[in-house]
Design a protein around this ligand. Sequence first.
Ligand code: C2E
Ligand code: CA
Ligand code: CA
Ligand code: CA
Length: 279
Amino acid sequence: AKEKGRNSYQFFAADMNARAYEELLMSKALRDALNERQFVLHYQPSVSLQDYRITGVEALVRWVHPEQGLIPPSAFVPLAERNGLIGELGQWVFSEACRQAAEWRSMGLPPLRVAVNVSARQFNRRRLVAELSEVIAKSGMVAADLHLEITESMMMENPKRALTTLREVAEMGIDIAVDDFGTGHSSLSYLKDFPIHFLKIDRSFVMGLPEDEDALAIVRAIVAMAHNLNLKVIAEGVETAAQRDLLAAIGCDEAQGYFFSRPRRADDVIKLLRNGKPL
Ligand code: C2E
Ligand code: CA
Ligand code: CA
Ligand code: CA
């Protein structure tokens, strides 16, 4: 029996497919990383397409791994969604982004909106609104400086509940942006009922500009529809001057992308803001 006990783990490990085993190890590493606070937020500016001045920043999480260095969110956010650690990770992201927003305000910099990505599991937490107001109060930030980015599928999973949550969030003065717009199984009906302020056109549409006529038609249609609904539009993933100029000509309100700035550390954001020049 003793022999069997000793071997069962080896059996287990050998039997599990390599991916599942890898996932188990990663989950444990992520658990430890949360305990040790091995995360950092980088911030990517968005600019007005009228004057190319900074309108705000999007907080993007990175894992500062002691051996592997900076790990991008694509390598651990989906895992955190699956294993439930996203709740704790998301809480950390909220409080760190709010702390940073309050710090920027206290430095006398111009008001800056700080957008935070919300995961599906986080959005469905009953305590989301209570947790948010707690974090905001504790940080001393101005609630109106905070934006939340959520996806279409998050709203469509349970539209009634999503509407209630979004109304409460909007009442706190927090603006809502629909992230990756155009990529979800879109039911446009929610746009008229939900308190939404921004649509973010997904990078996959912007990528094809200016040559791809179909992409251009979609981008034009999104901008026209958004404006008819009194929403503002932010184009994601702008990498070239030609894309910037075309989006500005179409009347897109704001843009974000490597052409203007990559995501940067908070210190480097301050330099940009202090310098005050258009990007
Ligand atoms: P997203 O919300 O669509 O964020 C935009 C992603 O595109 C970021 O990648 C950003 O660095 C990248 N990007 C920005 N401009 C350009 C460009 O011009 N070209 C290209 N090729 N890429 C560009 P990142 O930081 O790796 O984040 C990936 C995704 O991970 C995000 O997509 C978001 O869905 C998720 N994520 C990031 N931070 C958080 C977080 O704090 N919480 C949650 N729940 N998800 C997060
Ligand atoms: Ca986003
Ligand atoms: Ca995107
Ligand atoms: Ca509306």
